[in-house]
Design a protein around this ligand. Structure first.
Ligand SMILES: [Zn+2]
Length: 396
């Protein structure tokens, strides 16, 4: 009888270690055994034993990789455990990303949408796009563990509906989750797209391992995501980070949100291309970015000016939150140093001259795909996948 107690506590300890290891792999995706040991505090021998058990149970899979020039064993969840769908719904674009539990992107592509596209027809296209993409991968929709819609508009975190009318016209206060959950029978989330861009950079991108940073999504419309002590700052209603609606000109034009002179009124596509009408004729924001990258002086000038405008608002956020870095993504970040350098220079000019730790500005790792990548990660991280998804073998 006396020997039962240590044996029982050893079993409990091993179960706790298994749960810790499983949660760590689930949260971070692919980690080497040494990284797992560091992240969990378990010895490398314990990690190695538990990983072998999980591989035998078809929960984990391992493959060789190189870390810091040395061979290492990468541990991931088996793809067959499930895949997540991230979708971006913007003013003119619908995009999809499919990711497995090893955080590998299995597919990523987009379709153009007409301006002022309608909720019902866009949702129908989105559902079809999910089905087609899953079929093309040779997978089935029963493998989906969750769907996250990254919407290019402020999202009420309580209702998960577009919260401010006018920004994605016609989409405000509409229930968007039900059509997807009734077809796919999985949890569906609606999130702000800039928040999801920040999540991707936090987990897998330029801000990996950094607890305090600001992600700025600089496109036709500007949004931001602030990470404080490792967590996305949402605010009371979910609208934290909507820096595109900070007023920069009290006498400026009316914004899509109904206020006046917001940052977005100075850097939106229609206004920027109108500045090039006389010299360049009719063009789109994509043309402007391409020509800036090709060296066109007028387009380069516009990119630099936009960078300064956005940096001036970002500086106020930096003063308030004291982040370590700012990560910049979105269309303007595709111009690289043309956008990043004036941004960095403006922050230096506007923040404390003798800062304790000057804030570096880094380009996003996921230039065009941060928002759908983040949406996939959100769905994975909120999945209810349990440690023993397949019928569990007895472990004694
Ligand atoms: Zn506004």
């Amino acid at each position: 009888m006396a020997q039962k107690s240590p044996s029982g506590s050893q079993t409990a300890l091993r179960e706790a270690n298994r749960a810790l290891l499983f949660e760590t792999v689930r949260k971070f995706g692919g980690l080497t055994q040494i990284e797992l040991s560091e992240a969990t505090g378990l010895s490398t021998a314990t990690v190695s034993n538990l990983v072998r058990q999980f591989v035998d149970e078809d929960v984990f899979e391992t493959r060789s990789t190189i870390r810091s020039g040395r061979r290492a064993t990468l541990v991931t969840l088996r793809r067959q455990l499930g895949i997540s769908i991230g979708m971006f719904i913007g003013k003119r674009e619908l995009a999809i990303c499919v990711m497995d539990f090893s955080r590998t992107i299995l597919s990523s592509h987009s379709l153009p949408l007409a301006l002022d596209h309608k909720v019902d027809s866009t949702i129908e296209r989105a559902i079809l796009l999910i089905e087609e993409t899953i079929n093309a991968l040779g997978a089935t929709t029963s493998e989906i563990v969750g769907i996250c819609l990254a919407v290019e508009a402020p999202v009420n975190k309580a209702t998960q509906q577009v919260a401010v009318s006018g920004i994605l016209r016609g989409w405000e206060n509409k229930e968007l989750r039900a059509p997807f959950s009734s077809v796919f029978q999985v949890p569906v989330y609606v999130q702000n797209s800039a928040h999801m861009g920040g999540l991707a950079e936090s987990r897998l991108g330029s801000a990996r391992g950094i607890e305090n940073f600001i992600y700025v999504h600089a496109s036709d419309g500007v949004g931001a995501a602030a990470f404080v002590n490792g967590a996305l700052l949402r605010g009371v209603t979910g609208l934290a980070g909507e820096i595109g609606h900070v007023q920069v000109d009290p006498l400026g034009p009316i914004c899509s949100c109904g206020n006046r002179g917001c940052l977005n009124t100075t850097v939106n596509e229609a206004r920027l291309v109108s500045l090039l009408n006389v010299t360049h004729g009719t063009m789109t924001l994509d043309d402007l970015i391409t020509m800036a990258n090709e060296g066109d002086p007028g387009c380069r000038r516009i990119v630099a000016d936009v960078s300064v405008r956005i940096a001036e608002v970002t500086a106020q956020v930096c003063i308030t939150l004291d982040p370590k870095i700012v990560v910049v993504g979105g269309k303007f970040a595709e111009t690289g140093d043309l956008f990043i350098e004036p941004f960095q220079e403006s922050l230096r000019r506007l923040l404390f001259p003798d800062a304790l730790a000057p804030i570096d500005v880094l380009p996003a790792h996921f230039e065009k795909t941060s928002q759908i990548t983040g949406a996939c990660l959100f769905a994975l991280e909120h999945s209810t996948l349990s440690m023993t998804p397949a019928p569990a073998k007895e472990q004694q």
